[in-house]
Design a protein around this ligand. Structure first.
Ligand SMILES: O=C(O)CCC(=O)C(=O)O
Length: 281
C-alpha cells in the first residue's frame, strides 16, 4: 500500500509528522462532535488522579467529571459507544497511510476523545507517547515507527493558543538533549503550533515530542485519537481482545489483536500467515 507522496515521505522522515486535510467529511465531524457530547454523560474510562498511581492511569466512572458540553473531557476506549468508532479504525484514506508508514504487522493500541475548553488555567504540556520509553528509543529515518497516532481534529484551529497540537519537528530523530533537566512546554524553543480545520488529521510517531497548547480562544477544541503499534507491542487500552470484536470485520478484529486462534505464549511474536492479506485486503 503506497500512499505517501515523495514529498510526504520526506516530511515524515525529517519533521516527524504529516497533516492530511479533509480526512473526515463535514457530516462525520458533526456526528463525532455530537457523540462526544453524548458520551460525556455515559460511564467510561476517565483520568484517575490518584497520586499513588503512576501518571496516565484511567478509572471507570459513571460519567465525565465535567458534564458541561463545553467542558473538559478525556475519555478512553471509545469503540463500544457507537459502530462509527469501530469503523474509524481502518477508514480510508488514513488507514492506508498508516499501513504505508508502519507496514502490515500492526494493531490498534488506543482510542481517545479529548475536549479542551478555553481556560486561563491550563498552560498546555509536552511529552512523548509510550511513557518514558519512547523518549530514549529511536528508530532510523527510513524505519517504520514502533507506534504512531492519528489525531482527528473535530474543531477548526486557525490561530495560535486555541488548543493546537504543538510539535517539536525532528525530535523523533533527535532527542531534546536536556529534557531531564528542565520541563519542556509548548512554549519551549523549537515548538511549532499546528493549525488545521475540523476533519483534518495529524499523523505522528509516539517518539515525537508533542502536546496541546493552551486554549485562549472562545471554543472548546475536540479531537479523536487512534493509536497503532507493531503487533508485538500490543494494545494499552485492552488486556484481551475486547467484546466489541463481534461487531468488527476480519481486518478490524485483527487490529484488535484477534489472531484467529486462542492466545498462547509466543502468539504475537511472529504474525499469523495471513497477516498481510488481512491488513491490505
Ligand atoms: O491535544 C490534546 O488534547 C492531547 C494530544 C496529545 O498530547 C496526545 O495525543 O498525546
Amino acid at each position: 500500500m503506497e500512499k505517501l507522496t515523495d514529498q510526504q515521505r520526506r516530511q515524515w522522515q525529517i519533521d516527524g509528522y504529516l497533516h492530511l486535510e479533509g480526512a473526515l467529511s463535514a457530516q462525520q465531524v458533526g456526528f463525532f462532535n455530537d457523540e462526544m457530547d453524548r458520551v460525556r454523560a455515559l460511564p467510561g474510562f476517565e483520568p484517575d488522579n490518584n497520586p499513588e498511581l503512576p501518571i496516565g492511569h484511567y478509572a471507570w466512572l459513571d460519567h465525565a467529571r465535567d458534564l458541561d458540553p463545553n467542558g473538559f473531557m478525556d475519555r478512553r476506549d471509545l469503540l463500544g459507544y457507537h459502530q462509527a468508532f469501530i469503523d474509524l479504525i481502518d477508514q480510508a484514506p488514513v488507514f492506508d497511510y498508516i499501513v504505508d508508514v508502519m507496514g502490515p504487522n500492526i494493531m490498534l493500541s488506543m482510542t481517545q476523545a479529548i475536549a479542551r475548553p478555553p481556560t486561563q488555567k491550563f498552560p498546555g504540556y509536552t511529552h512523548t507517547d509510550g511513557g518514558e520509553s519512547l523518549r530514549s528509543i529511536r528508530v532510523s529515518e527510513t524505519s517504520p515507527p514502533i507506534a504512531m497516532k492519528a489525531m482527528y481534529l473535530l474543531t477548526n484551529v486557525s490561530e495560535q493558543d486555541h488548543g493546537n497540537l504543538t510539535v517539536f519537528p525532528g525530535t523523533h530523530m533527535r532527542p531534546i538533549p536536556d529534557h531531564k533537566d528542565r520541563v519542556i512546554t509548548p512554549y519551549s524553543p523549537g515548538a511549532a503550533q499546528l493549525m488545521g480545520k475540523a476533519g483534518d488529521v495529524y499523523l505522528f510517531p509516539h517518539s515525537l515530542w508533542h502536546g496541546p497548547a493552551m486554549n485562549r480562544g472562545k471554543v472548546t477544541r475536540n479531537v479523536l485519537l487512534y493509536n497503532y503499534c507493531q503487533l508485538w507491542v500490543r494494545s494499552y487500552d485492552h488486556h484481551n481482545v475486547p467484546d466489541i470484536a463481534q461487531r468488527c470485520t476480519p481486518r478490524q478484529r485483527r487490529l484488535l489483536g484477534d489472531l484467529g486462534y486462542d492466545f498462547r505464549p509466543g502468539s504475537y511474536f511472529y504474525v499469523p500467515k495471513d497477516q498481510e492479506a488481512v491488513i491490505t485486503g
